[in-house]
Design a protein around this ligand. Sequence first.
Ligand code: ADP
Length: 542
Amino acid sequence: MLGLMQDQPLLISNMIDFAERHHADGEIVSRRVEGDLHRYTWADVAKRSRQVAHALDGLKLEFSDRVATLAWNGYRHLELYFGVSGSGRVLHTLNPRLHPDQVVWIANHAEDKVLCFDMTFLPIVQAVHARCPMIKTYVALCDADKLPADTGIPNLVSYEAWIGTKPTAYEWPQFDENSASSMCYTSGTTGNPKAALYSHRSTTLHAYAAALPDVMCISARDSILPVVPMFHVNAWGIPYSAALTGAKLVFPGPAMDGKSVYEMMEAESVTYSAGVPTVWQMMLAHMKANNLKFSTMKRTVIGGSACPPAMIRAFNDDYGVEVLHAWGMTEMSPLGTLCTLKNKQLKLPPDAQMQIRLKQGRAIFGVDMKVVNEAGESLPWDGKSSGDLLVKGPWVIAEYFKGEGGNPLVNGWFPTGDVATIDADGFLQITDRSKDVIKSGGEWISSIDVENIAMAHPAVMMAACIGMPHPKWDERPIIAVVKRPDTQVTREELLQFFDGKTAKWQIPDDVIFVDAIPLGATGKMQKMKLREQLKDYKLPTA
Ligand code: ADP
């Protein structure tokens, strides 16, 4: 039909062009691995991301080739966000908290061609490079003179030497907005990690949506310190929404302890932040112990795990900071719901408001959600009927990278593995999890991996790994073990058996020897029953 709007692809390069044109002098402040502070502007990000594009062209990378990062939140990582995707390659943010064996598996599965890393992670790169034959170039995110002579890593170049001499003008390629822009692996389900592959379109739509007032409310008036890592689902989309709006960004780099984050917030007049409950636990403890207050902080998004009521109260009552409880998933780019009150709820007494704030919030336009019973029938939105939560929308995955795990959708809906209620006002509340995983400090631990390691011990006949509530880490894994007849193994021996086989923080906190693990009719371990049996159990570390 004649008379329609212009057909322009939604590309990530448009965001950085816009940032340069409209808020060129907007500030980006980063704590560097070297310890010093680095300051520059959105104009500099734009210029240097174009140099990144030239550097990638120089390596003869093809369209859609993967460029991996192992990096903190910082300005060079931000340049890679725009330079890699803008030039048509796929930014693959690797999680440096994983065991090197897991990093090798993921990098090979992703077929990464380039790996850019902060010097903090040099030991990981040294441990993995010989087993990642597809990575042809390693880029250390540092100045040329900070690159040690003898790292043992072939084809290693410093970032500044790599991009420094490249032209600052670059014509961003134009292509289909449904092309891949970035990817993130999740071990949120059992089996091998799987990747969500984001597109330019999904990322752009998510960036618009995230900035809405009832979502993350990101604006040019804000100074934002994302505590959520840029290697974890695009730092919940903040870098992109900041580019659209011209918000100031403040990056803590490796200094993620409560004291450093607090001091950076004060020094850079931070108004807004986002992160998992564990980091706030540490910061609030630091502030309380030192009788500190915020001068500019107004709001923080808390998600990744349920936000404890005491944390919402402490932020609100003691520090005047509004907590925006959020729920999402790697498979959802990640935002699904955010908890902001409706007009009619503002008149409710504080206790009633608190009951709402504890919920995970309302769906963002772009996310459809429903809860269903075992037969797949939709349950009423009455705040009581709990069932499996399913979602769909333009920033929810259709399938995992390389089609791993087959078609994940059920009649077009993505099953989240969360169990929830939805109330008449559309507020979602997560009540349980049907997927068999543990989330510790915002990071996944696969119960299957833990069980497989335990089962390799000659004295172990059966092992079941479950999460137990923990005040700091939200959950920690423990393992219930049935011993083989006539064998001996102690708790300590079994825990030692995990050494070197997985990342340290993925090792269970405790071993409980039991006579039997409850099994269902098909022989499947019934972890809900096991949790019920262990309801009075207390973690030794809690
Ligand atoms: P993210 O940590 O960014 O939310 P992940 O893919 O690592 O993304 O984890 C998603 C899962 O984390 C959800 O399916 C849910 O189980 C849990 N989760 C996320 N946010 C919350 C929340 N606010 N309350 C309870 N659980 C949450």
